[in-house]
Design a protein around this ligand. Structure first.
Ligand SMILES: C[S@@+](CC[C@H](N)C(=O)[O-])C[C@H]1O[C@@H](n2cnc3c(N)ncnc32)[C@H](O)[C@@H]1O
Length: 216
């Protein structure tokens, strides 16, 4: 038997997506309303949401910090994996996104489990206490990822989860001669993440590549 991984193709993604729990009508409506409101459709993929939910459940997570709310899609998905007294604190810099997310979170089945912290994550994260979260999910401006990682390692308790989206740099990770700031930032971030001794992590090929690590 070979220990070599097989390449994951679009067909594999479609295959696995068909074999995990689908998003519900509420999340589909949220996406349609966000698109109608001119909010960019850069939320996580449904199969990635399912994966995050499985991880949070397996870890028995109660307290989650998210960097990058957008329309509230991933915050709602993650909150659904928490117990009734669990909480997602999600940080959003753009007032229009925060307002939209608050409106849809209030209409969701997990309204009491999500708090939108409006502001720049660079200013909000330092206010969150050491070891106060069971999991962090980073999904905001790519140039900020390195600093957000340092805070998440501090905020997540030992044994908790540190997760980050877009490890494949929007599919452009291996693009030759890319001078795009966000692509360069993701490459540097991936190396930084891999070097952190307190993190036992791996990039999982779901969505645009999702970092998952246990904080040791
Ligand atoms: C990719 S979207 C988040 C998608 C969301 N996690 C989901 O899957 O539903 C990134 C969000 O991060 C926000 N953002 C960008 N820079 C930020 C910063 N410095 N602090 C907080 N939020 C930021 C953007 O306004 C945008 O709404």
């Amino acid at each position: 038997m070979s220990s070599k991984s097989n390449p994951v193709t679009e067909r594999h993604f479609a295959y696995l997506a068909e074999r995990t729990r689908q998003e519900d009508a509420f999340l589909r409506e949220l996406k349609a309303a966000a698109a109608a409101a001119g909010i960019p459709g850069i939320w996580i993929a449904p199969e990635q949401a399912s994966f995050l939910q499985i991880l949070l459940r397996a870890a028995g997570a109660r307290q989650v910090v998210e960097v990058g709310t957008l329309a509230g899609y991933s915050a709602i998905a993650m909150a659904r994996a928490l117990p009734a007294d669990g909480r997602v604190r999600t940080i959003e810099i753009e007032p229009r996104h925060a307002a939209f997310a608050r409106e849809w979170i209030a209409r969701s089945d997990v309204a009491g489990r999500i708090e939108v912290l409006e502001g720049d994550a660079r200013a909000v994260l330092p206010r969150l206490a050491d070891g106060s979260a069971d999991a962090c999910f980073i999904d905001a401006d790519k140039e900020g990822y390195g600093g957000y990682l340092d805070h998440c390692v501090r905020i997540v308790r030992r044994g908790g989860l540190v997760m980050a989206d877009n490890a494949f740099a929007f599919g452009r990770l291996f693009e030759r001669d890319s001078a795009e700031d966000s692509v360069l930032a993701i490459r540097a971030f991936n190396d930084r993440f891999a070097r952190r001794e307190e993190l036992h992590g791996i990039i999982v090929p779901l969505g645009d590549g999702c970092w998952v690590a246990v904080r040791e």
